[in-house]
Design a protein around this ligand. Sequence first.
Ligand SMILES: *[C@@H]1O[C@H](CO)[C@@H](O)[C@H](O)[C@H]1NC(C)=O
Ligand SMILES: *[C@@H]1O[C@H](CO)[C@@H](O)[C@H](O)[C@H]1NC(C)=O
Ligand SMILES: *[C@@H]1O[C@H](CO)[C@@H](O)[C@H](O)[C@H]1NC(C)=O
Ligand SMILES: *[C@@H]1O[C@H](CO)[C@@H](O)[C@H](O)[C@H]1NC(C)=O
Length: 372
Amino acid sequence: MDLPRRWLFRMLLLVAACFGVLFTLYSVGRRFQEPGARARNIISPRAFLELKAPNPEHTKSQSQLCRHPLSLAIQKDHHFRGLFNLSTPVLLWGGLFTQDLWNNLSQQNVPYGWHGLSQKVIISTLSLLNNSESAELFGASKPLSCIRCAVVGNGGILNGSRQGQKIDAHDYVFRLNGAVIKGYELDVGTKTSFYGFTVNTMKNSLIAYSNLGFTSVPQGKDLRYIFIPSSIREYLMLRAAILGVPVPEGPDKGDRPHTYFGAETSARKFKLLHPDFIRYLTERFLKSKLINTRFRDMYMPTTGALMLLTALHTCDQVSAYGFITSNYQKYSDHYFDRKKKPVIFYSNHDLSLEAVLWRGLHNAGILRLFQR
Ligand SMILES: *[C@@H]1O[C@H](CO)[C@@H](O)[C@H](O)[C@H]1NC(C)=O
Ligand SMILES: *[C@@H]1O[C@H](CO)[C@@H](O)[C@H](O)[C@H]1NC(C)=O
Ligand SMILES: *[C@@H]1O[C@H](CO)[C@@H](O)[C@H](O)[C@H]1NC(C)=O
Ligand SMILES: *[C@@H]1O[C@H](CO)[C@@H](O)[C@H](O)[C@H]1NC(C)=O
């Protein structure tokens, strides 16, 4: 480069840097960047730098940095700092099975323990999940440094919300139970990266909501299933799914897993929440007063709560759609209801507690709760 051109190049870099500082100041004022917002900038500082400064490595990693990682928001919050332990293993896989784990979990009742469950079934299931891929939710396709997730609950607040595009703009979309998509694309999007369930909630959803459009579990090449262990049924179904055989015993005996999950039987398609993770979540975030009542052994956080907290422990930014809000009475129980139905507070869940938790996490800037 000759002298005047080098000078011009430096000027351009300086301008670009100022532009970048201004942009950072501007976006710091916003708690969360909307997923679609970035794409709407006519020319972003990144694009400007890419045009002028030939350093693709640098600009690439810059663009993927998180402006508001939830880990930072947790550190800044006195209350939540003491609850979150982002090092807690989220998934159970073969590499984590030890005699100590068995001794510990077999002394605790389901859903958080293995009391009364067959060790043989559990070990033979975990031996199929014995690859480091089974320890991770996100595979090789994950973004370098900012994983942005949307968790879509089934709440009536989504009816008419027109959030579909925003939901689909996230890197990963979590759905659960009776996640009806057809006919509601504009409101809930179409992308599904993870589907979370217990065998009981999945099968109940297929029965209860089939006339409302939930005729099959979401399927797809890039879709992963998150089994929430709540009894021996999940271990048996998971094992049969990977082996590609009918469930051999128990209440689901004879079920063909491919009718739920599709033809692919590869182990990487199936993830299993760690029972210790569920216990940690329940003790720290969702310790319900129901634990002191006759509903104690029935109490369990909702599937939606478990999926949202799973996302909060694995993603860098999380938006929650279709979760209970303080004005829930304005909306139907589910977005796919035909007629307005009040939200049902089942005695095995504690929706009031969950509502307070989501509001608290939203106010602390740890998640973005969709409200209207
Ligand atoms: C967080 O969890 C990890 C893994 O279970 C554990 O080793 C660590 O001691 C925990 N940290 C705190 C502060 O509890
Ligand atoms: C099992 O481990 C958990 C923590 O990892 C601990 O709180 C609990 O007391 C242990 N239970 C038994 C029966 O050892
Ligand atoms: C997982 O693989 C390791 C190493 O091959 C083996 O020692 C271990 O027993 C396996 N775990 C299970 C649960 O099969
Ligand atoms: C869904 O929203 C539409 C308007 O957008 C409304 O007419 C309908 O009653 C709502 N459905 C339920 C079940 O609340």
